[in-house]
Design a protein around this ligand. Structure first.
Ligand SMILES: NC(=O)c1ccc[n+]([C@@H]2O[C@H](COP(=O)([O-])OP(=O)(O)OC[C@H]3O[C@@H](n4cnc5c(N)ncnc54)[C@H](O)[C@@H]3O)[C@@H](O)[C@H]2O)c1
Length: 236
């Protein structure tokens, strides 16, 4: 574990309490970063704020608190989300559509709008949004999730175009099926028959997703509006 300095860079992670978000927190902390987490639940971060990312006012207040307590926000990872599978498109209820759009798209937009002014003012910063490989490949019986993740792709690519000439870099990581609590024990993505079809023959691990996020946040200075998809070969 690297020594964490008082003026070390700060990463803010949404969905920091579990899975991919928690793995990002762990990796950035190991590399000497200070960490802040926004999640419905408490996270193992230097500053943990319990907030629903659909609430723009609460997100803005949480971001202001993190910036105040840690002095700055250098990088943001938007990993808050959830998944619903096995629902034919005609059976997806209006509430299911609205909640999915609100959390996945709205949550991403709320966080970006809250952190971007500070980054632009400093002419420095980075944002990695977590989309999904399903938004690249398409998928049956989870169309509200896939549509929301596709909207995140469009939003972040366009954001890359909008801020590309500034010191702020924005990109996307689109994971394939990853071994986190988001995938139920009965999920089709855990079935041996599905995994056997994958070139790597296995789920991706959350620390492998975190590695892609960390690369984009640090060394990947050539990327703007890029989508990196660690997916065990599900999409080649
Ligand atoms: N696990 C996978 O197979 C997979 C694949 C592709 C993309 N993703 C995406 O990765 C991201 C992280 O997923 P994960 O697999 O780590 O899941 P996870 O369930 O382990 O973690 C998700 C976290 O998001 C938080 N969260 C959910 N809704 C929230 C809200 N409204 N406000 C604040 N926090 C909220 C949860 O409390 C939880 O801590 C999600 O956006 C998910 O869609 C996951």
């Amino acid at each position: 574990m690297a020594e964490v300095l008082a003026d070390a860079p700060v990463v803010l992670v949404t969905g920091a309490a579990s899975g991919i978000g928690a793995a990002c927190v762990k990796l950035f902390a190991e590399r000497g970063w200070r960490t802040a987490g926004l999640d419905l639940r408490a996270s193992a971060t230097d500053v943990s704020v319990q907030v629903d990312v659909t609430d723009a006012t609460a997100v803005a207040a949480a971001v202001a608190r993190v910036a105040s307590e840690l002095g700055r926000i250098d990088h943001v990872v938007t990993a808050a989300g959830y998944y619903e599978e096995g629902i034919d498109v005609v059976d997806i209820t209006r509430d299911q559509w609205d909640r999915m759009m609100s959390v996945i798209v709205g949550g991403t937009v709320n966080v970006v709008q809250a952190v971007l002014p500070g980054m632009l003012a400093r002419d420095s910063g980075g944002i990695v949004a977590i989309s999904s490989e399903l938004a690249l490949a398409g998928s049956a019986t989870d169309l509200h999730y896939v549509a929301a993740k596709g909207a995140v792709l469009g939003f972040m690519k366009s954001l890359g175009a909008e801020v590309g000439r500034t010191g702020v870099r924005v990109n996307v990581v689109a994971p394939g099926p990853t071994d986190t609590p988001l995938l139920a024990a009965t999920s089709i993505w855990r079935e041996p028959e599905y995994l056997a079809m994958l070139p790597l023959g296995r789920l991706v691990q959350p620390d492998e997703i975190a590695g892609a996020v960390y690369y984009l946040a640090t060394e990947g200075s050539q990327y703007c509006g890029e989508v990196i998809s660690p997916n065990a070969g599900a999409v080649i």
